[in-house]
Design a protein. Structure first.
Length: 726
């Protein structure tokens, strides 16, 4: 019924737009005709892309900024959030997340641990970004098999590409009442002659955030507050570029330090001092050093007219700390390089050819490590081509990729000298090949249609294959697809699987309609994604006390009891990675209508349905786990020369199509409001702003979150801040 109402509303508004005057552009709007996708090597705009793309930048990005990437993008159609507390919140695109969604910093992988688990933060910072690009649907051709679900590219000025004759920059500060969060950020750009430089930084610190009283756990000592949800993070970047007539070279260095609580680990002691409570909490501490470079060579004679080379080196470390002791330390040393060349038109076809290489040395060390250290490499060649034929813009592409995982099998060794583990993995190698074909049909100056078909392959990640242990942050015992759980006379036994973990194979179809009228604009996208060998993490219904590991030796035959290896009072639910064919389908729609020079209405809706081909449980449940519910949102904007105000509401439908061992999530509506005042002080543009979120203080739980039942969204909050551009 909601879909029918939306369709009727769209038709009415499109008709109304015919009689409206030319629309003014408000400060938080962007003209999609001129928005260039930097993640596209051919340099096309949003309207020229056969795959659905959203670009968030300028005032719209400023108004959406939150402490995490996932929360910053949660208002983008088709994008939801994993919401593992206020910091570890990653984007979900059309129901897909983790290793299926690639998060990029200026076109290259962030190389953090956020693709391994929902409790790990993405290391990109939205407060210093100039724009964020979201590509919905497979984007494997350029970015590899980890982009089978989509790409989020965070763009900033760390790699200067233009000469800078004067000093420009921005400074911003804000305070959020719900957690006493204080954020300060800034960037500055300058140059001398052919040299340009950039620097930015931020700091963010908060207390535990407030939640509605009725959302608190029964018997909790902290009614109205989510324990262990505080943040303390800071980071900075410097960049230098040389900009010539035909050649540009840029280099940057970035540092990030963060410490954040992980909710859901409160202790039940009646009396705990503040110092003891801090010692007994579970939190994460991370640091990252990242070096990135870019070389652009243009105006070349011959077949190729441009050559571009992007490279990055990332040193990442992340420790999970429980009861004052380090339980697990994740580290990732990553190297990535992409080289591509743009060729001259050949029979009307323009495009690029390139090579892409990445290597990671990932380790998880400590008594609570749940996945072995693994070295992974990826090598690929790709080609992207397009041709304009009348009103049709044809787009073709292909990628050949080879991925290899080398696990350290000593991780599976037993502590007993008289026993020997049966677990021994060989190096895992995969060929992941992808092709796509699309077309953009410009009907007239206001209407266009886009169609895209992509057949994409994704190699399983190392964590999806080899995981075998307690993940303290999620309070789950994770078992990779390289294992089976068998029932024997001693209970449930964990053994190495004889089955091969296969590539995921996605056959995805997108159909998008764009309307750009004088007063009304609309975008509607339909998608259908048929995935063979879909890898997912399923609650097995068992707990870790019921499992034991088979081993050879002179023991009593019971193997190693899993809980004996971990000093925890309670057993943990066992989640196992499984493969099964699945189908995901749905839609996104967005509408923008200027009522007059001062008022405009903006609305959106999205929906994703995910089903397995065969039941995933004995009860016949075919629903895929942690799929976001349907949303419907609307905002009213009012603007004059010096003021911009908005009032909005987003309704999240109840999710009653839940997977085995999940529970229904109730629906809710979040109401928000904001007001900006614009002025000029000493030749600098100043914006004073106030924002209110969840103004009705509703209890809101995120179905896609592992912490749905213990970590609701924050209660009512008021954000005050100022931003100065010079």
């Amino acid at each position: 019924m909601a879909v029918l109402k939306l369709s009727a509303l769209c038709s009415a508004l499109l008709s109304a737009g015919v009689y409206a005057a030319d629309k003014p552009i408000q400060k938080d709007e962007q003209s999609i005709e001129t928005l260039i996708i930097t993640a596209n090597p051919i340099g096309r705009s949003v309207l020229e892309s056969a795959t659905p793309v959203t670009i968030l930048g300028g005032e719209a990005l400023d108004n959406s900024q939150a402490a995490t990437l996932g929360e910053t993008l949660k208002g983008v159609p088709g994008v939801n959030s994993t919401y593992f507390g206020p910091v570890a919140s990653s984007p979900i695109i059309r129901g897909l997340d983790g290793p299926r969604v690639k998060v990029l910093q200026n076109g290259l992988d962030t190389s953090d641990a956020s693709r391994v688990g929902p409790d790990h933060v993405t290391t990109v910072e939205a407060s210093t970004a100039t724009q964020i690009e979201v590509m919905r649907g497979p984007a494997t051709l350029l970015y590899g098999s980890g982009a089978i679900g989509g790409v989020v590219n965070v763009v900033d000025n760390r790699l200067p590409r233009e000469r800078q004759d004067e000093i420009t920059g921005e400074v911003a500060a804000s305070h959020d009442s719900v957690s006493n969060e204080k954020t300060v950020s800034g960037d500055i750009n300058g140059g001398v002659g052919n040299f340009a430089w950039h620097a930015d930084g931020f700091t963010r610190k908060s207390d535990d955030y407030e939640i509605p009283d009725e959302a608190s756990e029964p018997g909790s000592d902290s009614v109205g507050t989510l324990e262990n949800s505080a943040i303390d993070a800071s980071g900075g970047t410097v960049g230098l570029g040389w900009i010539g007539d035909d050649v540009n070279v840029a280099f940057s260095y970035a540092r990030l330090d963060s410490e954040y609580g992980i909710p859901g680990h409160e202790h039940e002691e009646d009396e705990i001092s503040e110092q003891d409570h801090e010692e007994e909490s579970v939190f994460a501490r991370l640091k990252q050093n990242r070096y990135q470079s870019r070389v652009d060579w243009q105006n070349i004679d011959g077949l190729f007219t441009q050559v571009h080379w992007l490279s990055a080196y990332t040193d990442y470390e992340h420790s999970e700390i429980e009861d004052g002791a380090v339980g697990t330390t994740f580290s990732n040393e990553a190297k990535e390089s992409r080289l591509w060349a743009k060729h001259r038109a050949l029979n009307g076809w323009e495009g690029v050819v390139g090579v892409h290489y990445s290597a990671t040395d990932f380790s998880a060390l400590g008594e609570e490590a749940f996945t072995p250290s693994t070295k992974s490499t990826s090598s690929a060649v790709f080609i992207l081509e397009e041709k304009k034929v009348g009103p049709l813009l044809w787009q073709l592409g292909a990628r050949l990729e080879h991925i290899k995982h080398q696990p350290d099998n000593s991780f599976f060794a037993t502590d007993d000298a008289d026993t020997q583990s049966d677990i021994l993995f060989a190096n895992e190698s995969y060929n992941a090949n992808s092709v796509s074909a699309g077309v953009v049909y410009t009907l007239d100056d206001k209407n266009s249609l886009a169609f895209n078909y992509a057949r994409s392959e994704r190699a399983p990640s190392a964590a999806e294959i080899f995981s075998n242990g307690l993940h303290i942050s999620t309070s789950t015992f994770e078992v990779g697809a390289g294992f089976d759980i068998q029932l024997d006379e001693d209970g449930y036994e964990l053994v190495q699987s004889s089955k091969t973990v296969e590539n995921e194979v996605s056959n995805n179809v997108d159909l998008t309609y764009h309307y750009q009228g004088d007063a009304v604009s609309a975008n509607i996208s339909l998608f259908y994604n048929d995935i063979n060998n879909y890898l997912y993490e399923q609650d097995s219904g068992l707990n870790s006390e019921q499992l034991h590991v088979h081993s050879d030796g002179d023991g009593d035959g019971d193997g190693d009891a899993l809980d004996a290896e971990h000093a925890h009072d309670e057993s943990s639910p066992v989640f196992i990675f499984r493969q099964q064919d699945a189908v995901l389908y749905g839609f996104e729609a967005q509408l923008d209508w200027h009522l007059n020079d001062n008022l405009r209405i903006e609305s959106f809706t999205d929906y994703t349905r995910a089903l397995f081909d065969e039941p995933a449980s004995e009860e016949g449940n075919r629903n895929a786990p942690r799929i976001p519910a349907m949303r419907l949102g609307m905002q009213l904007h009012w603007e004059t020369d010096d003021w911009h105000a908005e009032l909005g509401a987003t309704h999240y439908a109840k999710q009653d199509k839940f997977a085995a061992y999940e529970t229904q999530t109730d629906g809710y509506t979040l109401v928000s409001a904001a007001m900006n005042y614009y002025t000029t002080v000493a030749d600098s543009d100043v914006t004073l702003f106030i924002k209110g979120n969840n103004l009705t203080d509703r209890v809101a739980r995120v179905h896609s979150s592992f912490l749905k039942d213990v970590a609701p969204l924050p209660g009512r909050s008021i954000v005050l801040g100022a931003r100065v551009n010079f």
